[in-house]
Design a protein around this ligand. Sequence first.
Ligand SMILES: [Zn+2]
Length: 290
Amino acid sequence: MNRKFYGKFIILGKIQAITGLHIGSQRDISEIGGIDNPVIKDPHTGLPYIPGSSLKGRLRSLFEILTNSKLEEWKGRYPSLTEYSPGSCRTEGRENCGRFFNKRINRGWIHVCQTYEAALNCPVCRLFGASGNESNFPARVIVRDAFLTDKWVERWKAGEEITEAKIEVGIDRVTSQANPRTNERVVAGTEFEFEILYTIEELSHWEDDIKNLLTSMVLLEDSYLGGSGSRGYGKVRFSFDSLEFRPVEYYRSGNMESIIWINVRDKSAVEVLGNFNDLFAEVERKLGAG
Ligand SMILES: [Zn+2]
């Protein structure tokens, strides 16, 4: 293991619920009158928020699916992907050997590289991290919890409802019995502040990793966040406020002048991705292209 540090990208912006959003809490539900399925709330304020782990997990899983469909095309760029090509399994005794989705979590399968070396050469694990059987690869991306914007906190203080109760009727496929449940969800329009950090550990990787991160954000906008996505919940949209590159000088000598500000204000994820070369030109001049 030979880790290095060349700086960080700090990405700030807003994530807006375009439809009602349900990210469930693990809390015992009996204490909350009438709601079977509450949304997760910040215990200090009682206000709903988006846990960083939920957002990161969803970005990862959508990018895993894309990667699995690109195994052949991408294996030159990311050598670990050859390991997952069908029929290429050389390791004995590994469960689900040779398949990209190789680790079972609850009812589903996810992808995790098993060694540090493999994760370093995998587009998913080097960005989002891997807790393999043999060694761990720390994620290069950090997704903070996303709390309500000041504007929405003010609206809540003024008496506006931030969540609503929605009755969902499930039908038992065998008995045809209706099975109503009350879901709590964050109302459409609500905005949260997101913060995503990326650590540059490899000069030849940062461009690719940031593009992959942006791709996963664009994929999320055309998918859903949280529960009941197939029933219309969880459509979200990102808009960027700022994106700064903080080089080593910033951390070594507190040199604020060394920060490179990338002009992303009010841009969407797809606009940042589509204008990547222009937007990141100055960082590229400083660090070198990937
Ligand atoms: Zn991997």
